[in-house]
Design a protein around this ligand. Structure first.
Ligand code: S3P
Length: 195
């Protein structure tokens, strides 16, 4: 493992790295890559809820409503945070919960993966029907409205990382560099790649 990633691993202790941001920002893909780089487990809060409920997310929303989903989401995240260290990718609405933000502040570090509307839409349109909040007459307008209300909250995250349209590895490396900086890990000269 590159030296810098080993240092991140050691400095984290039992805390968690928590990816937040809009649907389609790449939280799951990047979270998984960051976890592999550091050598700690990866969890996706949506996947944990789906496994526990034995239903997919549209079905949970349809049968039980959003409030039920949000309550389950809070519980799952509290549990994952108490079982660190790990990388956890949250569903897009999870960081809106004050209780969840407080728990993350206590037990981890939050990373906002930031992407513009075009990039988000191009990604969510690859899997239509999987996000109940976008089942509207105009999903793009819905996404824009959600961004407007949510971005100030995502802005409270410890770290902000642009979600690159270039490649996943590019975003992973930007996230690792920002995490190292936040943890006070100084890279020696000529060691930009953390090798
Ligand atoms: C949601 C985002 C989804 C999922 C649910 C609600 C949201 O997760 O939790 O559909 O409120 O933005 P992703 O951000 O992984 O798509």
């Amino acid at each position: 493992m590159p030296n810098r990633n080993q240092k991140i691993h050691d400095a984290l202790g039992d805390r968690c790295l928590v990816f937040v941001g809009m649907m389609g920002s790449g939280k799951t893909a990047i979270g998984r890559l960051v976890a592999a780089a550091i050598g700690i487990p990866f969890y996706d809060s949506d996947q944990e809820i789906v496994t526990a409920a034995n239903m997919d997310i549209p079905e949970i929303f349809e049968r039980h409503g959003e409030g039920y989903f949000r309550a389950g989401e809070e519980r799952v995240i509290q549990r994952l945070l108490s079982e660190g260290p790990s990388v956890i990718s949250l569903g897009g609405g999870a960081f809106l919960s004050e209780a969840t933000r407080a728990a993350i502040e206590d037990r981890g570090m939050s990373i906002w993966l930031k992407a513009d509307l075009d990039l988000l839409m191009s990604r969510v349109m690859r899997r239509p029907g999987t996000r109940p909040l976008l089942k509207t007459a105009d999903p793009r307008a819905t996404m824009a409205a959600l961004m407007e209300t949510r971005e100030p909250v995502y802005g409270k995250a410890d770290i902000h990382v642009p979600s690159s349209s270039i490649s996943k590895n590019h975003t992973r490396d930007a996230a690792l560099a920002a995490i190292a900086e936040q943890l006070g890990i100084v890279e020696p000269d000529g060691d930009e790649d953390g090798q």
